[in-house]
Write a protein that binds this ligand. Structure first.
Ligand SMILES: *Cc1c(COP(=O)(O)O)cnc(C)c1O
Length: 376
């Protein structure tokens, strides 16, 4: 096998990204626009390449977290509408206009400020108003009357979309999502009675899409995780999933050294692991600085020659030691799978997260910038 000469790299399947996008689009149907979320460098899959792929598949909207992320996409030639979801600093308002980014606005003050800066430039700027329907993070807490006043007074900033975000989408044993939908719809209805009807209404991230919570779809959805091939498990009595998606990212690392340790040898920092038999140790060119959770120390597994192989001892900054006793064919320069499939074995971000006491999102986003990225 000819291996890329990298210490550690991810392989991203753009055709899987495209297929996952189509799965979401088919599930929600033609009346619901799909706005894939490509924030945080597309959950580390590479925002530019992922966005190009999605645009080629027909995505008309993309969502990012910050102005900087939106600007990077524009500079790479992305022409789809881009919603900036996670707020912006006062100093970034100019760039929003300059790069034709569409802000999510989170307060009455925010509507006024956007209107002012749009007026100064004699421009009309669309915004999506985010309502805090009970998540308690970003979003306007104002009542419908105050919102109505701010929306109608603005001459250059115009309400194109209304959105909210759920705190407990994955907890079917809780009524929080239902009450958030109710709060949101109440405000929406009050604005509607006054003749204010935004073109887009959106509430749902991957979980309410995947579990078919149609009353939360509005006419636009915001899938992130599902685009990358994941739908987190939910708690409580959830309906059946209505979409099938597959992970688009695999992560590998090269073997730097192989050595035979005797029985009773201590491996790595703190002597955390002691061999109980002569053990073929592989030293991998990857560590927690690359994004391997330190909590996988003495606990995690990799796939070596198609079989699971345990991580031995502490994960260190740049190196990780594994047991290659069951993979005698592997030599220095060969690679193992940290996340992905090989032979009969598979490890996904959810399994890693469970072992490491974190969430799959954090595992993917934790893959650091020094890990090379290849596209298939
Ligand atoms: C990240 C994010 C999403 C996408 O969430 P997933 O669970 O990854 O689908 C949607 N909406 C908002 C506001 C977000 O911040």
């Amino acid at each position: 096998m000819l291996e890329p000469a990298f210490r550690s790299w991810v392989e991203v399947s753009l055709s899987r990204i495209a297929a996952n996008f189509r799965a979401v689009r088919d599930a929600v149907g033609p009346g619901v626009a799909v706005m894939p979320v490509v924030k945080a460098d597309a959950y580390r899959h590479g925002a530019v390449e992922v966005s190009r792929t999605l645009e080629a598949e027909g995505a008309k909207w993309l969502a990012v977290s910050s102005v900087e992320e939106g600007v990077a996409l524009r500079e790479a030639g992305i022409t789809a509408r881009i919603v900036v979801m996670a707020d912006f600093l006062p100093a970034e308002r100019e760039a929003l206009l300059e790069y034709s980014l569409t802000p999510a606005i989170h307060s009455i003050e925010g509507i006024r400020e956007l209107d002012e800066i749009a007026a100064m430039r004699s421009r009309n700027v669309a915004y999506h108003l985010k309502i805090d329907s009970g998540m308690g993070r970003l979003g306007a807490l104002a009542g419908a009357a105050e919102l109505l006043e701010a929306i109608t007074v603005a001459r250059h900033a115009w309400l194109e979309g209304m959105m909210t975000h759920f705190a407990s989408a994955g907890v079917y044993s809780s009524t929080q999502t239902d009450s958030q939908i109710q709060t949101f719809n109440g405000i929406r209805a009050a604005l509607g009675r006054a003749g204010v009807e935004p073109s887009y209404v959106h509430m749902s991230s991957s979980i309410p899409i995947a579990y078919g919570r149609r009353e939360a779809w509005g006419n636009m959805v915001r899938p992130g995780h599902a685009i990358y091939g994941y739908v987190s498990p939910v708690r409580g009595a959830a309906p059946k999933k209505i979409i099938e998606v597959k992970p688009a990212l695999a992560w590998r690392s090269s073997i730097l050294e192989v050595k035979q340790a005797p029985e009773g040898a201590l491996i790595g920092y703190g002597g955390m692991f002691r061999t109980t038999r002569p053990t073929r140790i592989g030293v991998l060119a990857v560590g927690y600085a690359d994004g391997i959770p330190h909590r996988l120390s003495n606990k995690g597994k990799v796939i070596a020659a198609g079989r699971l192989a345990p991580i031995l001892g502490a994960v260190s900054m740049d190196l990780t030691t594994v047991d290659l006793s069951e993979a005698p064919s592997l030599r220095v320069g060969d690679s193992v799978v940290l996340l992905g499939e090989e032979g009969e074995a598979a490890i996904d971000a959810q399994q890693i997260a469970r072992l490491a006491g974190t969430i799959s999102y954090a595992v993917l986003c934790g893959i650091s910038a020094r890990v090379k990225r290849l596209y298939r």
